[in-house]
Design a binder for this molecule. Structure first.
Ligand SMILES: [Mn+2]
Length: 306
C-alpha cells in the first residue's frame, strides 16, 4: 500500500490537518485470535465505501475540514515493547492539540501510551468494552491488551466504562473499591436504568476526555471481527448516541478517539462499523466546533468525483 488516505481524500500536511488519523497496527499480546495488525488498513479500505455526506448532521464534513492519515506507527524489528510504547507517547505528544486525533489500532495496549503523550493532564477516559481490562499483568507483561485500564488509572485518569460483560474476579473487587471508576454493566444498559444514567454521566463530563472503543463492546452479531467476542453488547445506534453525548458536550476538551482490537472479518462488516464510527466522530466533532461556518475549502474541494 502506498500513501494511505481516508475516503480517497488528499492528505493535508500533518501539522495543518483538522483531523489526524494515526494507524497503530500493534499486535503482540492477543490471547485468542490474532489479526489486529491488519485492522488499520482494513478500516481505511472500508472507509472508501462510505459517502462523503454524513446523514446524521446533514453535511459533508470534508467540504470544510482537512484530513491527514499519518504514517503507521508499528514496532520496529527488535524494538523492545517498552521502547515502542514510549515512541507512541512521543508521537502522540508531538501532534497539534487543536485537531481531532483518531487512532486506529491495533491492540488495546496502545491507549495508555497514546494518553501519555496526548492527555498528560488529568482527564476522563470513556471506555467502551466487553472486558474491564484491569489486570496489572497478563502473560508476564503490563503491555497486554488485558491491562490498559490499570495503566490508565495509574496515570490518574478517571474512567467511565460501559458495555462490560466479562470480568475477572479480582477486577470486580478493584472496581467496587475504586471511586474513580464508574461502571455501566452491559446488561444494565440493555435491560435496566443504566442507559439513561450512562448518557447523564457522559453529558456531565468536563475537561480533557478520551474515548476508547474496543470493538468487542459491540454485539458480536454486528461486529464478529474481534479477538475475544462476548455475547450481549452495544447496538450501532447506542454507540452513536454515546459518541454524541461525549462529542456534542461543549464542556469536554476531546483529546481524541481510538478504535482498537478489531480483527478484519471476511464479510467486511466489522471494519465497516469501525470506519463509519470514525466518520461519525469526525462529523460530530466538526459540527460541534462550527466548521460548517468556514468557507468550503476542505479536503473534498479538489476531488472531482462524488
Ligand atoms: Mn475487550
Amino acid at each position: 500500500m502506498g500513501e494511505r488516505r481516508f475516503q480517497f481524500l488528499p492528505n493535508a500536511p500533518l501539522d495543518e490537518a483538522d483531523v489526524v488519523i494515526l494507524p497503530i497496527p500493534l499486535e503482540s499480546t492477543v490471547s485468542f485470535r490474532g489479526g489486529t495488525a491488519g485492522a488499520p488498513d482494513a478500516v481505511l479500505a472500508a472507509a472508501e465505501q462510505l459517502e462523503y455526506y454524513e446523514e446524521d448532521r446533514g453535511w459533508s464534513p470534508f467540504r470544510y475540514m482537512s484530513v491527514c492519515v499519518a504514517d503507521p506507527l508499528a514496532p520496529r524489528t527488535g524494538e523492545a515493547e517498552a521502547q515502542f510504547h514510549a515512541r507512541i507517547a512521543e508521537v502522540a505528544g508531538g501532534l497539534d492539540r487543536d485537531n481531532l486525533l483518531v487512532v486506529i489500532g491495533g491492540e488495546h495496549s496502545l491507549t495508555p501510551s497514546v494518553l501519555a503523550g496526548r492527555m498528560p493532564d488529568r482527564g476522563c477516559v470513556v471506555h467502551l468494552d466487553a472486558h474491564a481490562d484491569l489486570r496489572e499483568h497478563y502473560h508476564g507483561t503490563p503491555y497486554s491488551h488485558a491491562c490498559p485500564v490499570h495503566r490508565i488509572r495509574a496515570q490518574g485518569h478517571r474512567i467511565v466504562m460501559a458495555g462490560i460483560r466479562s470480568v475477572y474476579e479480582p477486577e470486580a473487587g478493584r472496581i467496587a473499591a475504586d471511586h474513580d471508576i464508574e461502571l455501566f454493566m452491559d446488561r444494565d444498559l440493555q435491560r435496566g436504568d443504566g442507559w439513561p444514567r450512562l448518557l447523564d454521566s457522559l453529558r456531565g463530563l468536563s475537561g480533557p476526555v478520551w474515548l476508547t472503543v474496543d470493538m468487542d463492546a459491540f454485539d458480536p452479531a454486528l461486529v464478529p471481527g474481534v479477538g475475544t467476542p462476548q455475547p450481549g453488547g452495544l447496538s450501532w445506534y447506542q454507540a452513536v448516541e454515546i459518541l454524541e453525548a461525549v462529542v456534542d458536550n461543549p464542556a469536554v476538551d476531546l483529546r481524541g478517539v481510538d478504535v482498537v482490537e478489531l480483527v478484519p472479518d471476511p464479510s467486511n462488516v466489522s471494519e465497516t462499523v469501525a470506519a463509519k464510527l470514525v466518520q461519525k466522530a469526525i462529523s460530530f466533532w466538526g459540527r460541534a466546533r462550527g466548521f460548517e461556518r468556514r468557507a468550503p475549502g476542505g479536503a473534498q474541494s479538489g476531488v472531482d468525483h462524488e
